[in-house]
Design a protein around this ligand. Sequence first.
Ligand code: ATP
Ligand code: ZN
Length: 741
Amino acid sequence: MSEPLQHYAKVAMPLPLYTYFDYALNAEQSQQVVIGGRVLVPFGKRKVLGIVVELSNDSTLESTKIKNVLECLDQVALFDATLLKLAQWLAQFYIAPVGEVFATMLPSALNKGASATPAAIYYLTSKQAFSSEDKQRAAQLLARSKQQLNLYERVSEHDLRLSQLKSEFSNTVIKGLQEKNLIELVEKPEPTGQWQQQIVLGSKQRPNPEQSIAIASINQASQFTVFLIEGVTGSGKTEVYLQVIEEKLLLGKQVLLLVPEIGLTPQTVKRFQRRFGDVVAVWHSGLTDAERLKVWQKAKHNQLGIVIGTRSAVFMPFADLGMIIVDEEHDESFKQQDGLRYHARDVAAYRAKQYDISLVLGSASPALETLHNALNKKYRHLQLLQRAGGAAMPVMKLMDLTGLPLQSGIAPAMLVRIEQTLKKGEQVLIFVNRRGYAPALICTECGHVETCNDCDTPFTVHVTTNNLQCHRCGQNKAYNAHSFKPKCSVCSSQSVTTQGVGTEQIQTFLTEQFPSYSCVRIDSDSTRGKRKLNTLFDEINQQKHQLLVGTQIVAKGHHFENVTLALILNVDSYLFSSDFKAPEKLAQLVTQFSGRAGRANKPGEVWLQSYQVSNPLLQDLVNNGYSHFARTLLQERIAAHLPPVSWQACLRVEHIDQKTALAFLVFANSLFSQFKHLRYFGPFPAGVEKKQTRYRYLSVAQADTNQYLNKALEQVRNSLHKHSLSAKVRWAIDIMPADFS
Ligand SMILES: Nc1ncnc2c1ncn2[C@@H]1O[C@H](COP(=O)(O)OP(=O)(O)OP(=O)(O)O)[C@@H](O)[C@H]1O
Ligand SMILES: [Zn+2]
């Protein structure tokens, strides 16, 4: 007997709602519909695409109230059972609206209704079997066109992809043969699993003993295991990834490699493509919707071996996933800061468990939560203590700034070092945490600071674009720094002056100081567009520039062989933050940045300029390195009962009226107070207290276990939802927030 037909579908809608909706299916739709596929349904006056999560024979709603499904879009599920389960876990873990979870997991083309089926491939095929008689006949027929004959003979040997022939044969040639009825165009789906034959293995490095142990351990794991590779910068972590990936690919398994920002590390992608050939696809926000859809389809239909992607690649459907790697796992860009506030590393862990495969986390400066799990033996801990290929670790030193006359923020002794390094024919890398010329413009007469009204934030002076910019909201206004005498907008005095230094200023200063050397700026202003960054890196490696001035961008995994001096202008700003994670972030930044120095055969030196050289944190980091520093910090966190030994959630509220935002948080705190084992703090102003005219406040709730926190927050969420201010203010729950900004 056949299964009874399913008359109702439970649908997840891409809306900030926490429940599913029932829709009725007609007889035809009951046969078409698939769980995990999209349906078009009426919602109010709109038509909306939702995901079918369940089918059933009855509904709790009255049948007259149930609307009908308008259309079933997919024949194949976009979310198989595993991905459906992942979506439900995400909604639960992040206390998030389930429909939004589904929408976040899909590429936007599919949310907009594009077909999920991979486009067919066109082939040319010959019309008949190819006997010697045919050959003669064709030769006569095609006597006047050598090109056509050539194509005909090739197609007769085997079917050929149209796209591959287009570069060799003109349309006229192809059309001509079709009209003579000798060949025809056929559509075929792209074959699955064929990427395995397309792997072209590049040569590999002979692993050193530490790398060998790491590779062997990872290769031996036959079930769900999380590895932390804690390897100093330049220790050859990437080489370990390459070798363990190769092992999986040769078994026919697909691999997902998550990286913080692909645009910033084009060298890494090239390295993977050189090593494995055409089976590597990249996924990041710089791709078009269509390009991303293609990668998604190929992963799902087993038409590629490796996806190298940023955060959202963690939701990629794979036909046969064999391993997930998260490179630079400490990086904050793995945490989504709006909508579904997920952490890609946590999602990766859940997926690895689902598929019973390995998750490899790698970093020279692991996040404290990862380190904690490794030290507790929840994760397998692999360490690479030596730089691969014989390079020494750079020496880290502190430069005491007290009482020194600085020029554009640089100490006199540092200028001497820079000159010595340049004279040796080596490169210098300088880190400043500000783009632009200067972070503020003030009037020395009346004290007025030019400020963005919408954000209560000083404007940053930009000389290259001749304007003042708000780095919070992007607002800008014209300002000509070169004009004869700029005026204060309040008292009209001409004694306005810039405060602090940014990348532009240092570039200008160093260019004046060292006119015979080229100085480049590497920040988001100077590198708009991916080509530009690529070109810049190539030029740096070709030694066209000797002085490199950059923001956070320069701290990310780049390999500059000839940089031997690295300088961090001001580390103090990180020492006085109210965020308990600030020291961890500072140490990660310093470690990653200093890892850019002395990577080849010349020793590197890293200088941190500070007014606080006796600060114990700085001392520990400089003298003992990240590994020691992080363990000390972890002990402090444990003593203070802070994450990773406790769990936090942050409730963020925004409104144009301060009081309204605060009132909502006061109500939230009264809800928190009903849970005996929940501690809560706040309301506090967020790190950025005002942005785009809205005031921003937050409260933090903390519990010993995730289970307790989760249960409490779910109830709090439900009560908040019913509050009259809920629809007025903007609010969000952020589980294990990356910061309080
Ligand atoms: N076994 C090896 N023998 C010789 N050279 C090696 C070996 N492994 C890696 N290298 C080289 O050492 C350099 C650093 O390696 P790799 O980029 O893999 O390090 P990493 O740990 O990923 O660095 P980072 O932490 O900076 O991202 C590269 O030039 C690489 O080619
Ligand atoms: Zn602003």
